[in-house]
Design a protein around this ligand. Structure first.
Ligand code: SF4
Length: 425
């Protein structure tokens, strides 16, 4: 729609690609290329959409070059490489499909910048299975929501607005009856206050003690007697009360953010949560919900899974996809010098810092990115959902949201660049 003065274009129902909630209700004005979020954007969305698009040229070893020269240089690097690593993977579905094609053609290892968190989830899903829910189900059904090790708002600013204190729901549930519980430390619990002023319950313990708390809750729910009076510094009565409330819930949800459970063997915390949820489903409905996958993390995992059969940390070096969540990590293969080329992709946020490696490095990044080293090749790329259309998967992985182009750009997108490289190899 063109505004009265015929100088600005208003885009409605814009999907925001800057966290994995993918809010799809933003209104964004484009006035001669400068964007303004008019409504529904959080502070992250505003700062990202409203950044001025910088005029950045491709470069080879610090010297400005044409885009064709930069792409030809990348092709030459790949021709000489015996073991490339394609990492970062901050891109959309089309970009990730191109990554997989390039990996298949060049025998590359593929890993996302946030795989450490994702793998905590995947290990649990692969070993034990889990029962998960969606944003729509929380919004329409949940009466008890327990946040374990995350406050759900620091990294996902509109989570409460969209699914917890939502104004409308399919079954007209009374959201004022919704109960919020936090388990962990250093959590911002202010968003857990309901619209009538009812405060959430907070159970304070260190992040690495959450599994102890959850295992105790599980034991109580099963019917075991606990001899201790305190668990992880928390009074037993507090946990008894919560265990009883969990049994009485009509639709309970435990929310965690695998990237925020950043302690050794955090997958065991997620495992304890998932086992408790499974047990509760003998008598009521209870589900898990994972907040994760910013910078295209969920998308990268899904595209890798449907094209290779594995959820990232995949190597194509043997001519077929080989999965190893310990061996094929960005950190491991760079530290052990198992790769001779790095191509780093980050088309959403400018603050992502690629690793510095003493091997030929190609960076495809959003133009505002400030690098702390000089890569052999740098090519600025457009951002999905801002500079070009596309699709991204949401944190609950059940839906791929369409992304709109809301401004014109001179930058190619990741898929366009990688497809040119693939065709020339
Ligand atoms: S919560 Fe996330 S998806 Fe929603 S507007 Fe903010 S950054 Fe964008």
């Amino acid at each position: 729609m063109i505004d009265k003065n015929n100088v600005a274009r208003i885009h409605r129902n814009v999907t925001c690609p800057f966290c994995s909630l993918l809010c799809d209700d933003l209104v964004v004005k484009n006035k001669t290329g400068q964007l303004k979020v008019l409504s529904n954007g959080c502070s992250i969305a505003k700062s990202q959409f409203e950044q001025t698009q910088l005029p950045v040229k491709p470069g080879i070893n610090g010297k400005e070059v044409t885009l064709d020269d930069a792409i030809n240089h990348v092709i030459n690097i790949f021709r000489k490489s015996r073991q490339p690593l394609i990492a970062g993977l901050g891109t959309d579905v089309a970009g990730m499909r191109a990554v997989m094609e390039l990996a298949d053609k060049t025998g590359a290892i593929v890993d996302h910048m946030y795989s450490d968190g994702a793998m905590r989830n995947i290990k649990v899903m692969q070993d034990h299975g889990w029962m998960m829910t969606t944003m729509a189900e929380i919004k329409n059904r949940a009466d008890l929501i327990i946040f374990a090790g995350t406050d759900g708002i620091t990294n996902y600013p509109r989570f409460y607005e969209r699914v917890i204190w939502n104004k409308n729901s399919l079954f007209n549930i009374d959201i004022k009856q919704r109960e919020i519980v936090y388990i962990g430390d250093h959590l911002n619990t202010s968003a857990g206050k309901n619209p009538s002023g009812r405060l959430p319950t907070s159970i304070n313990c260190k992040q690495e003690q959450i599994s102890e708390i959850v295992a105790t809750l599980h034991a109580m729910i099963v019917g075991n007697k606990i001899q201790e009076q305190h668990v992880a510094g928390v009074k037993l009565q507090v946990l008894e009360k919560l265990a009883e409330r969990m049994k009485q819930a009509r639709y309970g949800v435990i929310v965690w953010a695998p990237g925020e459970l950043n302690h050794p063997h955090a997958e065991l915390t997620i495992q304890a949560i998932c086992q408790t949820i499974k047990y509760l489903n003998r008598t009521t409905r209870f589900s898990g919900f994972s907040l994760a996958g910013n910078d295209g993390g969920i998308t990268a995992g899904n595209v890798s899974a449907w094209l290779s059969g594995y959820p990232l940390r995949v190597s194509f070096a043997k001519g077929y996809p080989e999965y190893d969540p310990y061996k094929y990590t960005i950190r491991n293969v760079l530290n052990k010098k198992e790769v001779d080329t790095l191509i780093w992709i980050s088309s959403f946020t400018a603050t992502v810092r690629p690793p510095k490696a003493n091997i030929p490095t190609v960076v495809l990044a959003t133009p505002a990115t400030k690098l702390h080293f000089r890569p052999e090749v740098i090519i600025p790329v457009g951002t999905p959902g801002v500079d070009h259309g596309g699709q991204l998967f949401r944190t609950d992985s059940v839906i791929a949201l369409p992304l709109k182009q809301v401004r014109t750009t001179k930058y190619l997108n990741v898929a366009e660049i990688l497809n040119r490289v693939v065709k020339s190899l």
